[in-house]
Write a protein that binds this ligand. Structure first.
Ligand code: AMP
Length: 423
């Protein structure tokens, strides 16, 4: 029986990889231009990290984790997100003692046992940035600016940026009381999960996608009305800086995020696609996470961008231009050594080019057909004539023109022709 990729995972085939690489390269370039450095954490962690970090009563921890015991009996979990691992590494390596704010970024796969659908996979990729050690509203604004800038550089327009503040634990207390009162009055319209959530983690109700619950939530109190003075001032600070940076955004008083560690600023960048809206970026501030993981009190904020979804949003946009390729066709058994030497000479002598060697046992016609299938710009032909007078023929595969070139001029001719440097 055929073995297929597991449900919710897929292969990124070579045709599509160009777009992925372009996204990664733009993101790296921009992140590094803002002072971020890359960090690579393991793909699996102790389960406890996510239970403590993300929160027990969240969808991710309750339903979506790939958790397993290894042969040593440890409970491990494939990372469902990147912030808790970065925070863990920050504490483990005592980066708080490095004397300055840390700006870290990561690129890699995340694993969530979710119901697969358009733009939702069980393995998806995220590009994330984290700033640890500052409570300045400038950091929040910069993260929003930066993540929207990555999308803009990729050519995306019309993203929607929603922001809110979910305050600190003290202002959230009053809000939760008000929300509980409101939801109790409308309990009959809520789904079973939300009725349960009201007891376990009432903020999660705000995130429910059920139509009935969404209708109830329209009239729910907004977190923004309950912010304490400090949180309110912080939120105003973020908005002021966003307007200085020219970032269009709207306030979404019901915005919450699926992870418990957020405090104060939360934001989401979404995009309209196929009559729906998908979230491309999510992020916010998490001032208590580092302490929860055993570090000193350390304010922090971050964002995560879903690469799979950015690829969908970019649609048919082409990726990086492929390298021009050259096909080496030696004709005659025993000529592999000549073909190999010429190919290596081109690879080592000309950067940004790819060289494919034909099967020297095949006739020229067949090899040239193969060259066309590769989309080769040029073919280097070595047959009995060429061997005799120490030359090769170079065939332009687009025009069909062919010329004989002395061996010591081969690189020069190819460089000019294949790389379009001809004057
Ligand atoms: P989150 O960690 O849930 O805030 O996710 C950050 C971003 O990752 C989202 O805005 C999405 O773009 C993307 N994302 C999250 N879950 C998935 C998934 N299951 N499949 C594809 N992309 C996802």
């Amino acid at each position: 029986m055929e073995v297929l990729a597991p449900r919710g995972t897929r292969d990124i085939l070579p045709d599509e990889v160009g777009v992925w690489r372009r996204i990664e390269e733009e993101a790296r370039d921009l992140l590094e231009s803002f002072g971020f450095s890359e960090i690579r954490t393991p793909l699996f962690e102790h389960t406890e990290l996510f239970v403590r970090g993300i929160g027990e009563a969240t969808d991710i921890v309750e339903k979506e984790m790939y958790t397993f015991s290894d042969k040593g009996g440890r409970s491990l979990t494939l990372r469902p997100e990147g912030t808790a691992p970065v925070a863990r590494a920050y504490v483990e390596h005592r980066m708080f003692s490095f004397g300055r704010v840390q700006k870290l970024y990561y690129i890699g796969p995340m694993f969530r046992y979710e119901r697969p659908q358009f733009g939702r996979y069980r393995q998806h990729w995220q590009i994330g940035g984290e700033v640890l050690g500052s409570d300045s509203p400038s950091v929040d604004a910069e993260l929003i600016f930066l993540s929207s800038q990555i999308l803009k550089r990729l050519g995306m327009k019309d993203m929607e940026i929603g922001i809110s503040s979910i305050g600190c634990s003290s202002c959230r207390r009053d809000f939760k009381t008000a929300l509980r009162e409101y939801l109790s009055r409308n309990k009959q319209a809520l789904c079973g999960t939300c009725i349960e959530r009201m007891e376990r983690n009432i903020m999660r109700v705000l995130d429910c996608k059920e139509e009935g619950c969404k209708a109830v939530l329209q009239g729910a109190p907004s977190m923004l009305e309950y912010l304490c003075d400090d949180c309110s001032r912080h939120f105003e600070g973020v908005r002021k800086r966003l307007s200085i940076m020219g970032v269009d955004h709207f306030i979404d008083g019901h915005l919450v995020r699926g992870l418990d560690y957020y405090t104060r600023t939360v934001f989401e960048i979404s995009y309209r696609i196929r009559e729906g809206k998908i979230a491309l970026v999510g992020g916010g501030r998490y001032d208590s996470l580092i302490e929860m993981l055993g570090g000193p009190p350390t304010p922090a904020a971050g964002f995560a961008m879903g690469v799979d979804r950015v690829v969908l949003a970019l649609g048919e946009m082409r990726g990086k231009d492929e390298r021009p390729s050259v096909f080496v066709a030696a004709v005659g058994e025993g000529l592999f050594d000549v073909a190999f030497r010429i190919a290596e000479g081109i690879r080592n002598g000309i950067t940004g080019i790819s060289v494919i060697i034909g099967d020297e046992r095949e006739p020229l016609k067949k090899q040239l057909r193969e060259a066309s299938r590769w989309g080769a710009k040029l073919s280097v032909i070595i047959g009995p004539d060429e061997l005799r007078d120490g030359s090769v023929s170079i065939k332009d595969m687009e025009t069909g023109d062919q010329e004989k070139v002395a061996m010591d001029m081969v690189l020069d001719r190819i460089r000019r022709k294949a790389k379009g440097d001809e004057v």
